[in-house]
Design a binder for this molecule. Structure first.
Ligand code: GTQ
Ligand code: FE2
Length: 348
């Protein structure tokens, strides 16, 4: 066949082998499109019920040794549409620690947070500072900070872990280092970062530097929930009702550079307007009963449930109670999208 009569398809196929030997290629008819008009996420909307999670956590507590799974015993919230992780950028897991157990010291380039779900008596040490972890507290382990946990209480304890592992993996920037000591040495002043920056409205006078990492490592439940109660007296946002983001007190930006953390309340009877945005979201229901509709699927939720919303999925929230506010903790990857100029939102 002469060059002139070969179809473009045949030309492309004929060139493929030669180009390949020089590490080059041209688009082939069998390739998918390079771009889609708008995001088409493989992630599926998902719902985990508290009663199922409780049963499964008890089971892994009874059957799995802490030491065998990388010094952490966790139940990972998986997504059927993704090869790994809860969303395209982060992993949400529930960590289950028994009395007397130590989750030994290590550090990694993935940023992490813990949000305490249930129990008391465990503490964590982050770069030498020790914190008692109590229900509703948010504790950060920013990228490359040393951290270890020890449970000194007498009932099993659970908390939510979120790490931006998929994002860090996609950039081939994973580092990990274990420690030869199970626990870190503790600095003599407990809660130092909380004493300095924890009010959220003031900061130390003689420390005007802007550190690369958030200097505040713990956000106590009481102050966060008081801020939410005050904000809930204001008129509602049409899509989120009342939602407050945990801040880096020095920069005014998100608490972690890549992960957004939000405390949200839905007033009695609230039914928000539907919208969509880039970025993925995981919700943990702290109290209340309601529903979240994601791309036409309705998830009826109660205390202890988790929901996941894929990028660009239309969603709306309902509080089913006519006298009690609902409270949710939200994790998202919106700070990462905003930093890359990729954040968009749209009313549905
Ligand atoms: O507690 O340090 O769920 O390193 C996954 C990886 C928790 C932790 C996880 C971790 C941790
Ligand atoms: Fe870790």
């Amino acid at each position: 066949m002469s060059d002139a009569v070969m179809t473009d398809t045949a030309q492309r196929q004929a060139l493929a082998e030669e180009l390949d030997s020089f590490n080059c290629r041209v688009a082939q008819p069998t390739d998918g499109p390079l771009f889609t008009r708008e995001p088409q996420s493989a992630m599926k909307p998902a719902h985990w019920k508290a009663s199922d999670l409780e049963r499964l956590l008890e089971k892994i507590g009874a059957k799995l040794k802490l030491e065998a799974g990388g010094q952490r015993r966790t139940l990972r919230l998986a997504n059927r549409g993704l090869p790994f992780g809860t969303t395209p950028t982060f992993w949400a897991s529930i960590q289950y620690i028994l009395p007397g157990e130590i989750a030994t010291a290590h550090r990694h380039t993935a940023s992490a947070l813990r949000f305490i779900m249930k129990g008391r008596g465990a503490d964590t040490i982050v770069d030498g500072e020790r914190y008692e972890m109590n229900e509703g507290d948010l504790v950060l382990t920013p990228a490359w900070t040393w951290h270890d946990h020890e449970h000194k209480g007498d009932e099993p304890m659970i908390w939510l872990d979120v790490l931006d592992i998929s994002l860090v993996r996609s950039m081939h920037a994973t580092f990990f280092e274990g420690s030869d000591k199970p626990r870190q040495a503790v600095s003599d002043i407990p809660d130092r970062s909380y004493r300095q920056f924890g009010s959220g409205i003031m900061r130390p006078l003689n420390d005007a530097s802007v550190p690369e990492l958030n200097p505040l490592l713990v956000y106590g439940a009481e102050r966060a929930q008081e801020a939410l109660r005050l904000a809930a007296e204001l008129p509602p946002d049409p899509y989120d009702d009342t939602a407050l983001e945990y801040l880096n007190p020095v920069t005014g930006g998100s608490a972690l550079p890549t992960i957004g953390t939000v405390l949200q309340s839905l007033r009695p009877g609230m039914h928000t307007k539907p919208h969509r945005h880039t970025g993925s979201v995981v919700y943990y229901v702290m109290r209340g009963n309601g529903a979240t509709i994601v791309d036409g699927t309705t998830f009826e939720w109660g205390p202890g449930d988790f929901m996941a919303i894929p990028p660009w999925a239309v969603h709306e929230h309902i509080n089913r109670s006519d006298d009690t506010p609902a409270m949710l903790f939200q994790v998202n990857d919106i700070p990462a999208l905003k930093k890359l100029g990729l954040y968009r939102e749209q009313a549905a």
